[in-house]
Design a protein around this ligand. Structure first.
Ligand SMILES: [Zn+2]
Length: 255
């Protein structure tokens, strides 16, 4: 069932939160149409601090916890202070049709397999057009693995040994915090063909057609932290884990 009210009520929460910020701008990148309803694809820019960060959610419409967590994070009265030293760009709901239908795809296609693709897909092209020419220190990409009971994450980038050591130490600190909350961590040797070490996968290939690799391979983002919460655990718990991830990684990016 298509319930576009889901998309509009989520975006209204950002409108309500905007009054807590000195600098808060919403850009409508384009609209997508389904059953005669136009749904906007928006970007939001907040602040003008020295650290440039991109946060993305909602490219897969059935991964509900990330858009919910990001809306709560931005609406939290304590967040403006936390964001003081950042310039933040949000893509809070990249697949409004999928989100409103509670499906992964936008209907026919998995949008996160079609960036940099020659075929025209509206959501991909409006996002690509907006992102091209920009640059960010870090991207936080919030996803869920709907079939999993355990947590894992990706790091995308090309890191020298010293940098990689720091990144992994910080990721391990985050994963230990999850463990303390009773979250199971994925210890499979590989996940979707990529080596997994204690819930951390390192990606240094630019071949994928997902947004993370698209932006990294074009040097629009230097590093991507991608969170995959287990979709088979309680919704509120998953929202809490995404909020923890936002707070943890934003803090570690500052140093
Ligand atoms: Zn996803």
């Amino acid at each position: 069932m298509f319930e576009p009210g889901q998309c509009f009520s989520l975006l209204k929460r950002y409108e309500a939160a905007s009054r807590n910020y000195i600098s808060f701008h919403t850009h409508v990148l384009g609209t997508v149409v389904h059953e005669n309803t136009k749904c906007p694809v928006v970007a939001i820019s907040i602040g003008s601090g020295r650290k440039k960060i991109l946060i993305t959610t909602g490219i897969h419409g059935d991964e509900k916890a990330p858009p919910e967590a990001l809306a709560r994070f931005i609406g939290d009265p304590g967040t403006p202070k936390l964001l003081r030293d950042f310039s933040v760009t949000l893509l809070p709901l990249m697949n409004p049709i999928g989100f409103s239908k509670n499906i992964r795809k936008n209907g026919p296609i998995d949008l996160n397999r079609h960036f940099g693709c020659r075929k025209f897909h509206r959501e991909n092209s409006v996002i690509e057009n907006y992102m091209n020419g920009k640059s960010f220190d870090v991207m936080i990409s919030l996803h869920e693995d709907v079939d999993m009971k355990s947590f894992y994450m990706y790091e995308t980038g090309s890191f020298d040994a010293g940098k990689l050591r720091d990144i992994i130490a910080d990721d391990v600190e985050f994963i230990n915090a999850l463990r303390k909350k009773g979250v199971a961590i994925n210890h499979d040797k590989t996940i979707y063909g990529i080596l997994n070490r204690g819930g951390i996968k390192i990606v240094s290939s630019s071949k994928g057609r997902n947004l993370e690799q698209y932006l990294w391979s074009r040097e629009i983002v230097k590093r991507v932290v991608c969170i995959e919460t287990p979709g088979l655990i309680d919704f509120e718990k998953r929202v809490e884990l995404h909020l923890m991830a936002l707070r943890h990684f934003m803090k570690s990016f500052l140093y």
